[in-house]
Design a protein around this ligand. Structure first.
Ligand code: BGC
Length: 800
């Protein structure tokens, strides 16, 4: 299909995004940029063997090319690369080729590094003005990082290389090509002039790194995670990587919410931090709380004028944090509530950014009734302060206001309550000091099945085949309900099973197909929709080339929503060209711990930034009529034992941290499809969690789309072991689609038995069938199948 995809512009946009995602952490003595025709020596094999992404499904994009750092710098007219040294590396690499590992999730974390003797560094230093040291790391799906040399820590050979280079060169920049953050204590030891995180920036990354090193782009990336002094400092540390039950004892105190509240001195680089080659000044003004009579609708507004007071053009990111009163509910010292990036400001130029923040967004979730109100978002009485600055620590006060009476902003009801008592962290202020307390999260008080019974659906008429096709629904001639009334139980059971990977019904090599995956279903004019990984480009195992994007962490670090939307409209066009309807992404899990293997697929430790980035991606995809599957819903925060581990999380932490981004993607981003996880939350495997998928997602957030499982996921009944065949539990919870089976027609799950025994009803199957068909009706495949959908190709707003 011709979509007018401008590949050159696609590459330019991806290069810009990769460059804006680069975070400059150190730059003493004007080490960077190299803009005086410097002669540069490049160290580290990763200059050639660049990691465009992490591993697993999210990284398997067959890129047509990957620009490495040596490639880009040697082509740049701004520097001259020491080719004699490069040749030493080439020869060594010939004898020490890259090892990819054998089989799924067996890729090594790092590649064997060439030892750099002091003499080699000394010789190179005589030949050049500056050095760049490139260090690479990998991790990914089914493979968490490890607290070992070569993963979180430097190897001995890397330390020796840094020692040799930093003692011989006066100008050294270290570039980190990693999926997420790693130990940074070595910066103090070797003191390189400049340090930057380039992340895994996709196929254009080498160019992006070159742009930043040589000053073509002034760095404007900001950290989306806190970098602590020591791995042990992360509050999830003691309960990360568990095999059976993973207790989220840190509760809402994830990332900077913990460090800024209780461990400020354990931070090396704070959340939101990043340097520029220029300097900015910012002043907040015009603060007001509008509509304070109605706290549910009131809006905080103010402006912030940013001026470039340095001597180079550059962009600044303004971040807004709030501090809520320490009432009966403990509160983090800072919570991000808004951000905005300026345009490129010339020296002396200023821009006024306007911020409007709904007051209700400052409310905390009370799951215990401590505030006097239970199962609701509540603004506790007291003083609220709004800070505006360029990272979590620098904010100056933009304004303050008082809420005189504790006020409920949204009454919800209990859901996803932990099944077992466990301790959770809480801080109270004692004088100026936060005091840590552990309190138990309580027992659940009712059985899930009670809710399911309450949810019995009215009986529906079975009409048999009336000759109506799905196109009749699209054309407005019949309702979806009348259409599905024709489907036999067998057809309904097939419809809720997706096929793949590499299904014959869709684009070769993609992850899955759903909808018209049997002859019977196709006879009703139901096409097969195509879904492909995601999130960092289209994965086609047929070997067909697709564009490899910067990783989600890199995109998060841009803090540039417009740029991300623009990039994803190119992705949307590329999906149209390849007949892919849904990208399996954005990945939206929270960086709870730096070792999570899939952190590269996720944006941040902060839920607000995560939500905003996902919304930006969805908007880009929606402009082209395709969409994304927001994943993994929810709390997929470690890869180790991901199919078995049960995340024990408080309702408050779920609402404020782990579900928040998803809520934003549904409400603001009009997400039409969700992927549940492999694992469990509070005792129930998410693909069978009624609380998560019906009560919260649809009931509270108004989601009107389809939920699919992760590939070959398992579901359980309360208190029972999970099974891949328990599709009845899945349908009851309104996880509509099982992904994936080999042949939908032949699959032996418990759906038919469930219908016979009354565990599920035909109406529950119809409900899921309509969710799936409702989704297909909005996707390009429906038009491509020759139907007469009205209203153009853009994803329509959901009717809530
Ligand atoms: C991953 C998903 C992915 C799916 C399809 C699973 O193993 O967890 O994120 O979308 O495979 O490839």
């Amino acid at each position: 299909m011709q979509t007018g995809l401008d590949r050159e512009q696609y590459a330019i946009t991806a290069r810009q995004a990769a460059a804006e995602g680069i975070v400059l952490l150190e730059n003493s003595n004007q080490t960077l940029p190299f803009d005086g025709g410097e002669r540069v020596s490049l160290f580290g094999r990763t200059q050639f063997d660049y990691n465009k992404s992490g591993t697993g499904s999210g990284g398997m994009v067959h890129a047509a090319y990957v620009v490495g750092i040596h490639d880009a710098l040697s082509r740049s007219e701004r520097v001259t690369v020491n080719e004699e040294l490069a040749e030493v590396y080439r020869v060594w690499r010939g004898k020490n080729p890259v090892r990819r590992g054998v089989g799924w999730a067996n890729e090594p974390y790092f590649q064997k590094e060439m030892p750099v003797a002091v003499e080699l560094a000394r010789k190179a230093a005589k030949q050049s003005d500056a050095a760049v040291v490139v260090i690479g790391r990998s991790s990914g799906e089914d493979r968490d990082g490890a607290f070992t040399p070569g993963s979180y820590l430097l190897t001995e050979i890397e330390e020796e290389m840094l020692h040799a280079v930093c003692t011989q060169f006066s100008r050294v920049a270290v570039v980190l090509n990693t999926g997420g953050i790693m130990d940074m204590e070595w910066v103090k030891k070797y003191r390189p002039g400049a340090v930057l995180y380039a992340w895994q920036g996709g196929q254009e990354s080498g160019n992006a790194v070159c742009d930043v090193l040589t000053g073509g782009v002034n760095p404007s990336g900001r950290l989306t995670d806190t970098i602590a002094k020591d791995f042990e400092d992360y509050p999830s540390m003691s309960h990360f990587g568990g095999r059976k039950r993973n207790f989220y004892t840190e509760d809402i105190y994830v990332g900077y919410r913990y460090f800024e509240t209780a461990a400020k001195d354990r931070v090396l680089y704070p959340f939101g931090f990043g340097l520029s080659y220029t300097a900015f000044e910012q002043t907040a003004a015009d603060f007001s709380l509008n509509g304070a009579g109605d706290y549910k609708k009131a809006v905080i507004s103010f402006s912030c004028t940013v001026t470039n007071i340095g001597d180079r053009p550059g962009k600044q990111v303004i971040q807004v944090y709030t501090a809520s009163p320490q009432g009966r509910l403990g509160k983090p010292a800072r919570e991000m509530k808004a951000f905005s990036k300026t345009k490129q400001l010339m020296p002396g130029e200023a821009e006024k950014l306007i911020f409007e923040i709904p007051l209700s967004g400052l409310a905390s979730y009370d799951d215990s009734g401590a505030s006097g109100y239970r199962s609701c978002y509540v603004l506790e009485k007291g003083i609220y302060t709004v800070f505006c600055g360029d990272h979590v620590r620098t904010g100056s006060i933009a304004g303050m206001f008082e809420i005189p009476e504790t006020t409920v902003t949204e009454q919800l009801s209990e859901a996803l309550r932990p099944e077992l008592p466990f301790e959770k962290m809480r801080f109270e202020m004692s004088g100026e000091k936060p005091v840590k307390r552990m309190e138990p999260a309580s027992l659940r008080t009712y059985a899930l099945s009670d809710r399911i019974n309450k949810n019995s659906l009215p009986e529906r008429e079975k009409t048999g085949d009336r000759g109506w096709k799905l196109a009749d629904v699209a054309g407005g001639r019949i309702t979806l309900e009348r259409f599905t009334g024709q489907l036999s139980e067998n057809a309904l059971c097939c419809l809720v099973r997706g096929e793949g990977p590499r299904s014959k019904w869709v684009t070769p090599g993609t992850a899955g197909a759903f909808g018209g995956v049997t002859k019977e279903l196709r006879a009703f004019g139901i096409p097969a929709a195509c879904t492909a990984d995601g999130p960092s480009g289209i994965r086609m195992d047929s070997g067909k080339a697709a564009f490899s994007l910067p990783s989600a962490t890199a995109l998060g670090c841009t803090f540039n929503l417009e740029l991300v939307t623009g990039l994803f409209s190119f992705v949307g066009k590329e999906m149209r060209e390849n007949h892919v309807d849904l990208l399996l992404g954005p990945g939206m899990n929270i960086h709870r711990n730096p070792l999570c293997g899939r952190n590269f697929e996720y944006f941040s430790e902060d839920p607000y930034l995560t939500g905003k980035m996902a919304v930006a991606e969805l908007h880009g995809l929606h402009t082209e009529g395709v969409s994304g599957v927001i994943k993994h819903f929810a709390a997929n925060n470690q890869e180790h034992y991901r199919k078995k581990v049960d995340s024990a999380v408080s309702e408050r932490a779920l609402r404020e941290i782990y579900l928040k981004g998803f809520e934003m993607a549904v409400k603001e981003g009009n997400a039409v499809s969700v992927m549940s996880t492999y694992g469990a939350v509070n005792g129930l495997w998410t693909a069978g969690s009624y609380d998560l998928l019906t009560h919260v997602l649809r009931g509270e957030w108004g989601f009107r789309g389809a939920v699919m499982t992760d590939w070959w996921a398992r579901m359980n009944d309360e208190g029972k072991a999970p099974s891949r065949l328990n599709l009845s539990a899945m349908i009851r919870a309104q996880n509509d689609l099982y992904m994936v089976v080999k042949s939908s027609r032949l699959h032996r799950d418990n759906l038919k038995r469930g219908l016979r025994t009354g565990k599920i009803t035909r109406e529950m199957l119809l409900r899921s069938a309509e969710n799936i068909l409702g989704l297909i009706l909005r996707l390009p495949v429906m038009q491509e199948a020759g139907s007469d959908i009205a209203g153009g190709s853009a994803i329509s707003e959901p009717t809530r």
